[in-house]
Design a binder for this molecule. Structure first.
Ligand SMILES: Nc1nc2c(ncn2[C@@H]2O[C@H](COP(=O)(O)OP(=O)(O)OP(=O)(O)O)[C@@H](O)[C@H]2O)c(=O)[nH]1
Ligand SMILES: [Mg+2]
Length: 175
């Protein structure tokens, strides 16, 4: 097995991070606490197309301004542990509010893929999100998902793996 890459799931509270985390890791997960903190840490492994990935479910936060314990944990993980990829789990039904954290994570300069989750709820609200436009503006791959129903998850997995592999190739060329 090749060396495993680390993927972190970030997003607002209730956006569907753990649902996606469970879909990726299944029973291969471990629940503990963040070092020295009372906040739960969920970590697991995901195997896809012959590769192993370490997946970390970050605490839900509305921003990374580091006021709450959750924000400090999420921020420190992204900045100091430098995951190979952040999966931004967005609650599409509350797109505008969710984009605040999205932009803050992207400003750190970490690689990312976005899951436009809660697509079913967005549809109920009559929202028609222009996925291509969002990809263009954010400069990251965007996949529409309804994680609770399993919709879009195969596409999301493929997008995550493709992004990781693409970045590896770029790094090799730069070396
Ligand atoms: N309608 C709908 N519900 C969803 C979707 N994805 C997840 N859910 C539900 O939304 C609720 C919250 O999902 P979680 O995966 O726990 O969200 P989370 O981001 O991990 O939440 P925190 O850990 O509290 O920040 C659960 O009841 C899920 O079943 C979706 O795409 N559509
Ligand atoms: Mg969760």
């Amino acid at each position: 097995m090749p060396l495993s890459s680390t993927i972190a799931l970030a997003g607002n509270p209730n956006a569907g991070k753990s649902t996606i985390f469970n879909a990726l890791t299944g029973s291969r997960q471990h629940v503990g606490n963040w070092p020295g903190k009372t906040v739960e840490k969920k970590e697991g492994t995901w195997t896809y197309q012959g590769r192993n990935y370490r997946v970390v479910d970050l605490p839900g936060t509305y921003s990374l301004t580091a006021f709450s314990l959750e924000e400090v944990i999420a921020r420190d993980f992204i900045i100091h542990e430098k995951p190979d990829l952040v999966v931004l789990v967005i609650d599409s039904a509350n797109l505008e509010r969710n984009l605040y954290l999205t932009v803050q994570v992207l400003e750190i300069g970490v690689r990312a893929v976005a899951a436009l989750n809660m697509s079913d709820q967005a549809a109920v609200r009559g929202m028609n999100i222009q996925k291509d436009k969002l990809e263009e503006v954010l400069s990251i791959p965007v996949v529409a998902t309804t994680a609770s129903k399993g919709h879009g998850l195969e596409e999301l997995k493929a997008a995550i793996a493709a992004e990781i592999i693409k970045n590896e190739v770029v790094q090799e060329q730069a070396a």
